[in-house]
Structure formats: structure tokens, C-alpha cells
Design a protein around this ligand. Structure first.
Ligand code: TRP
Length: 466
């Protein structure tokens, strides 16, 4: 078993792979900007509280479910519920969800690769013009970049767990940490950078409203790859001898650490270049910030550093974001691949081929939903506006279904699996975490389901009924 290629080879291998999944553009841009807008230090404390009090128990539950059953979500739900139809349906939902997320996330990843290539080709000045993004995402070039992204995903996933996912994470994640720290150090040397830090750290308790609380929780929940089936699947690749509790803690710390450090890059950059920015006017959308706002920041560096150096800084940023995105994409596509492999008893490559083909078709559809094809661009109508297929996938699967999946996991663990079974899995090799087990049980049985159900209902009302 020591050298099983279908398992992570060590705890650190697992942590890097899971952090690769968890760290995405939300950590790099969404989190820092949300913090600056919504109460600075007070938001940070709230976020950390949610990571520890709500997300950590869920990480533990997903990993334990995965390792105990050795299966991806569908198999895990079926095994734990002893084949009960309703629960198998819930398991199927945690398979459809990552598939749909992969469909829109691959489009995002494609845009990042495109911008990286364009910056390297000397086109930073064009990217910084307001109309560029709209033209770029509707250009045929998208499909060339999509082919490249898909090829990279295949390259990683066909290597399997240890020689694919883990190996790629061992290379890419340290690269990501170095680029992030490098950019943060550079940005902090710019004049006026401290204005950004002020908004980041100064607690503004009066800004904490219910919607900010909801936002902080959702951000923490999404950032940690919860509800996506990823941690169940990755849990099934954990070795029995690894300390599950410690792995979960390390994952939570790494993801949160990256988000916190990203604030030292993103916010000082914004405020050094535009000292008069009013944080509450910054866009809520990471996409808008990355593709429309950031190119302007890099262009504004040109008078001081010259075009070549500014382009190099921009390229580092887009490479950083691209690495963050592709490692997340790989992890989310692994979920249906693992499930299909187990369900169909096919080889890994056959399952991979099938899933990649399906994701590619979905990605082509969602890439064409920005005006090129009418029915895809006006795929649905709610809250007073036409929504593209891309928007619908984000709204339905990312924003709404994920908390619901989290709720289902709580119910499965508490009602079907039972406390002593989860405790046994969680605490094997770690008998010193009894208090954490007691808290986790309490949280998963009582307050986390209530909170997730509330978040789900509020999101449905806000997104679809207003
Ligand atoms: N942390 C990611 C982000 O910030 C969100 C995420 C977590 C994700 N796991 C994922 C996105 C898997 C896609 C696939 O963007």
C-alpha cells in the first residue's frame, strides 16, 4: 500500500493538492476586495471565525466520508445510506455540481490563459482599454485557448492521483506561493501602498451587516472547496496512516493564509495606483476586477517602470491567477472522472476521455453565451434580466447548490453514518483531538445545518425571486 499510485504519497502531497483545489481567483482578488469593502479587520476576524467554526468541521466530515468509504461522492452517499434512493439522488447531485462548475470555471481559466499570452505578446496597452475584454471573450481565439487548457488538464489527470495531481501540485503550488509573495513584496514598496493596508486591517465594525456576514461565510465556504465533492474524493485518496485532522487543519490554514497574503498584494496595488479609490466603489466581481481593472493598474505603472517591466509584472500576476485556476479546475474535473471510473468499471483513461469530452462541449456552450449565440446568451430570465448560460451556471451551481450540498453532507453524516463511525475515521491516528471531535459533532448536528439552510434560502430569494 505504501506506493499505491491511487493515493497521495504523503500528508504534504495531499495538503498541496487540496490547497491547489481551494486556492483560486477568489482568494487572490475576491477575498481582499471584499475585506476592504466590508469592514477591514472586522471582516478578517469574521472570515477566520467561519473558517474555524463552520468550514473546518465540514472539511473533516468530507474527508472522513471519503477515506472511510474509499469512494467519490456518489459511491460514498450510496454506501453510507445503504443504497437508499433519496440519498443516492443526493450523491448524484454532488456529481452534477462539480461537472457544472467545471463547465464555467474552464471558461474563466481560458480567459486567464488568454490574458497571460496577450501580455507576454506585448499587448498590455490594449488589454487596458475598456472594450477589450468584451471583444476578447467573443473572439474565436477562445477556442484555441480552450483546447490548450483542456490539453493541460488531460496531461495532469491522466497521470492519476500520485503521478498526476500530486506531482503537478508539488510543482505548481510552491511556484504560486513564490509569485504571490514576490508580488506582495514588490507592491508594498510602492508609495502609498499603506493606504490599502489601512482599509485591509482597520476594523470597521459598523460595516458589518447581515449581508456582509453572509458574504464572509459564503466566501469561506466556497474558497475551501466545500460542497463540491472534491474533499470526499480527495479523502478517498488519503492513506489510512495519515493524520486526517492535521491534514484538514493544514488545508484550512494554507487556503486562508494565501487569501490573507493576497490582501497584501491586491489592496496595496489598487491604492498605490489609485490613491483616491473609495473601496465601496470597487466591483464585487472578481472577473471584472481581474480583466478590466487590473490591466489599468499595470498600465499605470508604465511611467515609473517602463512598458517591459510593467508587462512582466502583469504577466506574473496573470500566471499566478492562471496557476490558481488550473489547479482548481483539475480538482473539480477529477470528481466526475473518479465517480465514472468506479461506476462503470472502465479504465481511468476511458472515464477521463468521456468526462473531458462532456466538459469541453459544455465549456464551448458557455463560452458562446456572451452574445455570439442568442439562446445561450439569453438562456434564462430571472430577477429582471436575461441571463447567459455562464451566469446561470454560476448562480445555480456555485452560489446556490453548494451550500445545499453542504447541508446534505451534514444530514448524511448525522442521520445515516452516525457519530461513532465518523469519530472512528476522523480520530484514527489521532487520539488527542477528542475535543475537536466533540465540537465537530455538535456543529454538524446542530448549528451548521441551520446556517447552511438559511444561506440556501436567502440565496434563492435574493437571486431568483427578487
Ligand atoms: N477557491 C476558489 C476560488 O477562489 C473556489 C474554488 C474552490 C473552486 N474549489 C474549486 C473553483 C474548484 C473551481 C473548482 O476561486
Amino acid at each position: 500500500m505504501q506506493n499505491n499510485p491511487d493515493q497521495f504519497s504523503s500528508k504534504i502531497g495531499f495538503v498541496l493538492a487540496a490547497a491547489g483545489s481551494a486556492v483560486g481567483i477568489g482568494n487572490l482578488v475576491g477575498f481582499p476586495v471584499a475585506a476592504a469593502k466590508n469592514g477591514g479587520g472586522a471582516f478578517l476576524l469574521l472570515y477566520i471565525f467561519f473558517v474555524v467554526a463552520i468550514c473546518l468541521p465540514l472539511i473533516l466530515a468530507e474527508l472522513s466520508l471519503g477515506r472511510a468509504t474509499g469512494k467519490s461522492p456518489l459511491g460514498a452517499f450510496r454506501e453510507i445510506s445503504k443504497g437508499h434512493k433519496g440519498w443516492v439522488l443526493a450523491g448524484a447531485l454532488s456529481l452534477v455540481t462539480p461537472f457544472m462548475i467545471a463547465v464555467f470555471y474552464s471558461v474563466l481559466t481560458v480567459w486567464l490563459l488568454g490574458y497571460l499570452v496577450l501580455v507576454l505578446g506585448g499587448k498590455l496597452d490594449q488589454l487596458a482599454t475598456p472594450v477589450y475584454f468584451g471583444g476578447f471573450i467573443t473572439s474565436p481565439w477562445i477556442f484555441a485557448y480552450l483546447a490548450a487548457v483542456i490539453a493541460m488538464v488531460i496531461f495532469v489527470l491522466k497521470g492519476g492521483v500520485r503521478d498526476g495531481i500530486e506531482k503537478a501540485s508539488r510543482l505548481l503550488m510552491p511556484m504560486l506561493f513564490i509569485m504571490l509573495i514576490g508580488l506582495a513584496v514588490f507592491v508594498l514598496t510602492l508609495p502609498n501602498a499603506t493606504a490599502g493596508l489601512k482599509f485591509y486591517f482597520t476594523p470597521q465594525v459598523d460595516r458589518i451587516t447581515w449581508s456582509v456576514v453572509n458574504g464572509a461565510l459564503s466566501q469561506a465556504f466556497f474558497s475551501l472547496s466545500l460542497g463540491m465533492g472534491i474533499l470526499i474524493t480527495y479523502g478517498s485518496y488519503l492513506r489510512k496512516q495519515d493524520n486526517l485532522v492535521q491534514s484538514a487543519k493544514m488545508l484550512a490554514c494554507t487556503d486562508t493564509g494565501v487569501a490573507l497574503v493576497a490582501g497584501l498584494m491586491t489592496l496595496p496595488a489598487i491604492f498605490a495606483i489609485y490613491p483616491n479609490t473609495n473601496p465601496s466603489e470597487l466591483s464585487d466581481s472578481s472577473v471584472g476586477l481581474i480583466f478590466s481593472f487590473f490591466p489599468n493598474i499595470f498600465m499605470a505603472m508604465v511611467p515609473k517602470f517602463g512598458y517591459a517591466v510593467s508587462s512582466l509584472i502583469a504577466a506574473t500576476f496573470f500566471l499566478l491567477a492562471f496557476v490558481a485556476a488550473i489547479t482548481s479546475l483539475v480538482s473539480i474535473i477529477e470528481v466526475p472522472v473518479a465517480a465514472l471510473k468506479a461506476e462503470s468499471k472502465k479504465t481511468r483513461n476511458a472515464a477521463l476521455g468521456f468526462v473531458i469530452a462532456a466538459v469541453s462541449i459544455g465549456a464551448i456552450f458557455s463560452a458562446l453565451s456572451f452574445g455570439q449565440v442568442k439562446w445561450l446568451s439569453e438562456f434564462a430570465f430571472y430577477s429582471g434580466a436575461n441571463k447567459s448560460l455562464f451566469d446561470v451556471l454560476v448562480d445555480v451551481f456555485y452560489d446556490t447548490i453548494l451550500p445545499f450540498n453542504g447541508l446534505l453532507i451534514c444530514l448524511l453524516v448525522v442521520w445515516q453514518w452516525k457519530r461513532h463511525n465518523m469519530a472512528a475515521e476522523m480520530l484514527s491516528n489521532n487520539s488527542s483531538s477528542g475535543w475537536l471531535e466533540r465540537y465537530t459533532h455538535f456543529a454538524i448536528a446542530f448549528w451548521i445545518p441551520v446556517i447552511l439552510a438559511t444561506v440556501f434560502v436567502i440565496t434563492v430569494i435574493n437571486k431568483f425571486m427578487s
